[in-house]
Design a protein around this ligand. Structure first.
Ligand SMILES: Cc1cc2nc3c(=O)[nH]c(=O)nc-3n(C[C@H](O)[C@H](O)[C@H](O)COP(=O)(O)O)c2cc1C
Length: 215
């Protein structure tokens, strides 16, 4: 698959067929993931593939509890309203929250905290730069999944219950949880076009806010 086409069509998939995902396919996903850039090439990212039904059920129950709390707190997605005034993202995310245990593969992404490069750790705001050693690899995995005809969604909601997830999956204390990926063969057509802000809104010339292109 052409790399630009993959980038432009790797959207969130939240409806899955029950078909299993083979180890051969998973091996190709992780091979793509490991080629992501990582600060100092320290390679801090680890992946736990969860296919065991009772374990998936436990993750789904925690996920749904966190998701409901977000909804109750007024969580909104940036999309136009769909039928009934509920955005398509919320409707689809709600479906995933209620059916996470039915997704063929859940991949829990972890990272060795001490191996992350954190140049913004001393600023008076939450540090985010450490994620730059994690999420490029995750995106590689998602693109490789797209190339295999798989659908996937990156979620971070289970990070709220990191302590419980760590115990459930036997994750050592020096690792943090970073995301849970839902992966399987899509039960609905994958997107052909993603809704994103135009380049003119996000890219500037020389100073913030200065148009990059004249046309
Ligand atoms: C950091 C992050 C966290 C996300 N968390 C969730 C989540 O908890 N549940 C979910 O269904 N989707 C989650 N998503 C998927 C986003 O909702 C999705 O990328 C966004 O709606 C754009 O959808 P699209 O890529 O299909 O256009 C997350 C995405 C990111 C990048």
């Amino acid at each position: 698959m052409d790399v630009i086409e993959a980038i432009r069509t790797t959207g969130a998939c939240r409806y899955f067929k029950p078909d299993p995902v083979s180890d051969e396919v998973l091996a190709r996903l992780f091979d793509a993931a490991r080629h992501g850039p990582q600060g100092g090439n320290r390679q801090p990212v680890r992946y736990i593939v969860v296919r065991d039904p009772p374990v998936k059920k436990q993750l789904q129950e925690w996920y749904l509890r966190c998701w409901k709390a977000h909804l109750a707190a007024g969580y909104r997605a940036r999309t136009s309203a769909g039928s009934g005034g509920v955005s398509n993202v919320i409707r689809d995310a709600d479906h995933l929250a209620n059916h996470l245990d039915e997704v063929p593969v859940l991949i829990v992404v972890c990272a060795v905290l001490s191996s992350l490069v954190l140049p913004d750790a001393k600023l008076d705001r939450p540090t985010v730069a450490g994620g730059a050693s994690i999420y490029p690899s995750v995106q590689n995995l998602l693109l490789a999944a797209r190339n295999e005809g798989l659908g996937a969604t990156l979620t971070t909601i289970l990070c709220e219950v990191e302590i419980e997830v760590r115990e459930l999956l036997g994750i050592p204390a020096e690792l943090i949880t970073c995301a849970t990926l839902a992966v399987g063969y899509p039960d609905r057509p994958l997107p052909t076009r993603l809704t994103r802000a135009p380049v003119s809104e996000v890219a500037f010339s020389e100073r913030y806010g200065e148009p990059l292109f004249t046309t």
